[in-house]
Design a protein. Sequence first.
Length: 309
Amino acid sequence: MKLRLLLLATLFPALVSAAPMKLADYMALNGPAPSARVAYGTAPSQYAELFLPQGAGPFPVAVLVHGGCWTEKFGGIVQLRNMAGALAARGIAVWNVEYRRVDEAGGGYPGMYDDMHAALDTLAVQASAHRLDLARVVAVGHSAGGQLVQWIAGRARIPASSPLHRSGMLPVRAVVSLGGLADLRRERELIKSSCGRDTPELAGLPSATRPDVYADTNAAELMPNGSHTILVTGELDTISPPRVAHDYAARARAAGDGAEVVILPGASHYDEVAATSPAWPLVLAAIERALAHTGDKTAIKPAASPAAR
């Protein structure tokens, strides 16, 4: 342990010296204005923000999906502008997605998941006009948004009998989950304690009409799906502790998908999404590495940093 801390202090000195971010720090995050705001539906929350880098393109794309325990209470899209601006500065276009949460009209099931479908369909429509390279797409989600992006990767496995079933979807094979809570069935008690509420598949259509409410919502049960997930979690994350990332990665690998875990030393649940956090270099490295290997799953290797496990 002493040797590991010494190595981290040498390579990433800020990671072991800064105080972890708190909820108030996260809520204060903001970033540059988007290049465009694009509606994908008629409800107030059905839109995405497009951040375009300088240059001619075509640009790789990071689809950002915020968290907030699937509710309106904890902000979301505004806070992720902090990350969006930093990614655009690195030459990565960003599709920052807002969606109807469980405490909004039309949210919950199936509305929140319908919004993910519609947001990605609209991204595909916008691609040519904004020089977006749809062969290089990574979905990046935080907390509850981690669940949604991991669900996006498994959409093709949703049963045909489900109202969430679609065909002809934009494939997303590279996923970066930041403190994600994606295994709804196994982690439902943790979600209750972390979020103070039930998991999101219980909001919306009466569960009596759905014999198994996890059949088309639980990302962990929509595998294998050909994806590779990098699960990035703060060492001090108490909302989605490192154990959750390791358990999900093990389940994904057992199913035949690729998965790895990167632990951010001294970081909280909120450092995971802040470009102003000392942990940002490791988060950025995970996103850029995922993009570098889109379309070539076999080329993805475990992170070559002392924080990778």
